[in-house]
Design a protein. Structure first.
Length: 349
């Protein structure tokens, strides 16, 4: 239990340590400051505005901002829905999956554009690579960016007091994806790949079984393993707090979360941007002490609930204990604790 609490403290400490400069960086991005990031990505940003006809200096009231946000996400939802229905006739489908069934495609489109990412399918055996990359991964970026853009006009309203100008949705969306989500996701994806998260367009990999077995009178010598462009989707899935993974079991799958280190980093990734937004708020309203007060308030709620949860997770399931099942930490065999819905390689703690 002590080691689990220490690990939790390290996660929180590292998150805040990274969130402080990230919050300051995000403030500069949304303020339109000229600094090293805009020197790198500024030409791309300006090119997007020229192609789309967006004026970076034009601001919107809350109604125009809200309407633009809704229209943008409606278009994204329709596109994703159509893509899933038509995937059987589209490229990058090495396993030749057919189109997703209509109700499932609609459910997936709605859940992915709203950042809820509820899955009623097994991703590795349902979605083509094109659907995963152009559909689901893109929406992982855009839905997370939408959540951030909703926060920005609220903060501006607080900072500016009496004003009708709350920013420009198209500018905020572009800057969120271009300056925040894409760089963080690219860096995180590279780290995940180094740790063993798969990133390939190969359809399946044939693996020889260590222990062949007989089924239906036939000796089974090989196993076909689904792989794919996982790391690129996993990175934004965690950073954007998206629930939809490449495989149906998400991070319990070793191809999404192969080591204890990736598990640690993914815990940090999930709370990094929300924490950075708190410090960004402090910079935007010029009230850094208020930002720290908000952060401390969240920790006052988060830490006790987390410790209580960890305590009971480590105790295991009392129903299984009553049946005589061992739920102790047995090192290589099981991590111990309540393993319902928890990956055995990592354990409850």
């Amino acid at each position: 239990m002590i080691s689990t609490i220490i690990l939790t403290a390290v996660v929180l400490f590292l998150t805040i340590l990274l969130a402080l400069p990230l919050g300051r960086y995000m403030h500069r991005v949304y303020a339109g400051d000229r600094f090293w990031a805009t020197r790198l990505m500024g030409p791309v940003e300006r090119g997007i505005y020229r192609v789309t006809g967006v004026s970076a200096s034009e601001e919107m009231g809350w109604k125009r901002y809200a309407i633009a946000l809704l229209i943008f996400n409606l278009i994204g939802g329709v596109f994703l829905y159509a893509l899933l229905l038509a995937q059987g006739a589209l490229p990058l489908n090495p396993l030749h999956f057919g189109g997703v069934q209509g109700a499932s495609a609609f459910n997936t489109a709605v859940s992915f554009i709203t950042n809820t990412n509820w899955q009623d399918y097994a991703g590795g055996s349902t979605m083509s690579y094109l659907s995963q990359m152009l559909g689901l991964t893109v929406q992982n970026f855009l839905s997370a960016a939408t959540g951030i853009t909703i926060v920005l006009p609220i903060i501006r309203a607080i900072a500016r007091h009496k004003t009708k100008d709350l920013g420009n949705f198209w500018v905020d969306m572009t800057r969120t994806v271009l300056y925040v989500l894409l760089p963080l996701s690219a860096l995180f994806a590279l780290i995940l790949m180094e740790q063993g998260v798969v990133q390939t367009l190969t359809g399946v990999v044939r693996a020889d079984l260590i222990a062949p077995f007989v089924s239906g009178g036939k000796t089974i010598l090989h196993q076909m393993i689904h792989v794919g462009p996982v790391a690129s989707q996993e990175a934004i899935m965690m950073l954007g707090n998206n629930g939809g993974g490449f495989f149906d079991m998400n991070d319990a799958h070793p191809f999404e979360n192969p080591t204890g280190f990736t598990n640690f980093l993914e815990m940090v990734a999930m709370i990094l941007i929300p924490s950075a937004l708190v410090f960004m708020f402090g910079h935007m309203v010029k009230a850094k002490r208020t930002a720290w007060a908000i952060m401390i308030a969240t920790l006052v709620l988060f830490v006790p609930l987390t410790v209580v949860s960890e305590h009971f997770e480590l105790l295991g399931n009392p129903l299984l204990t009553h049946l005589g099942a061992t739920q102790a930490n047995m090192a290589s065999l099981a991590g111990g604790g309540n393993l319902e819905g928890i990956e055995d390689r990592i354990g409850a703690g």
